[in-house]
Design a protein around this ligand. Sequence first.
Ligand code: SF4
Length: 427
Amino acid sequence: MSAQFLSVNAKKHEGWLDWRWQLRNRIQSVDELYEYVNLTADEKQNIHMASDVFPMAITPYYASLINKADPQCPIRLQCIPDYRELIEGQSDMDDPLNEDSDSPVPGLTHRYPDRVLLLVTNECSMYCRHCTRKRKVGDNNTSIMDRDINQGIDYIKKHPEIRDVLLSGGDPLILPNACLERILRKVREIPHVQVIRIGTRVPVVMPQRITPELARMIKRYHPVWINTHFNHPREFTPDSIRALARLADAGIPLGNQTVLLRGINDCPMIIKKLVHLLVKSRVRPYYLYQCDLSRGIEHFRTPVAKGIEIMESLIGHTSGFCVPTYVVDAPGGGGKIPVLPNYQLSMTNTKTVLRNYEGVICVYDEPKNADFVCPPACAICKDHNIRHESVGLEELFDPQKQVISLVPEGNLRKARYTVRESKAHGY
Ligand code: SF4
């Protein structure tokens, strides 16, 4: 958006630069859209139907980025409801990441060994049409209460293995400063929490929220990392760039999580431009997400092959720190699985054959005497072994455990073997 367009809006709407005004004036009905987008009668009807099931809320700022005349505008597709949200996809799930089952207390997900996700609100400044938590976001029946947050904080206190707490939602930065500060203070007071992270889309959809006061407040609870969610180069405006600069100037390390979306950013050139703009604003491209199997977003999904194609065009073709990790969040709750083009072509005991981004094939000679034994007195190792149990594939490498195979639950061969064993022993 041009600076000129911004000032027109700022002049037209007195509160434009105030985030509370942006929140109060969110567009929640079709009639309010007239200022921002041209709609046919059919399109209006479609929006009505879709927003009855999955609510609509768009900040006037984000709506002002829509190209009025383009039905395929990437901004429009991310914020305006579409009848395709109502089509049941054959793989759709309400909770594809199984977050509910990994919740020992309401609003907290403990999936990975040393970190948790703490949901602090269900509200967002805008309801993204591709949201993976569509089932919860904006739903008043599943509001997150102070009581839930306190229970989550108590859980973290009782689990010394948790060193990293991700505040998410909804969007944590929609909370007033005092409320957010209360949560940050309580989490920071827990001695074993080393890092606090905040996941937010506010710099993209309501950058006015990133005030100097907010940045100063967050700075008091360092180390705090922020992950934001830019999906398209068009989301870079003077306002969003200023918001990112304010956070970076407060010493907050910034990362970005992009969702790969059909018809919006599923193109190597778009993603390349996006990662360059991110890095220019001191934001490290962190993840490129394959779209989840959530209900109502099937029309946004691309084949995994599209993600691989995009990674091919990034790795080696641009600076390493511009390249995000492409991940599929495992359906059923297995966590994020990195997916890469294949660079390792073959291997023997003495050589590994690799190819580079240009297709050049090379051989890496393995070291002659590769045996290495850890010094038994290594303090880091000792400390690690006291605190941590090896998990998953780690077990195969753990000399203490002597595990030789990992067998999935429900394996039929294993079940037959157990029955034979029982019979042999007359059980
Ligand atoms: S801001 Fe995040 S949580 Fe909120 S609707 Fe958008 S994607 Fe979902």
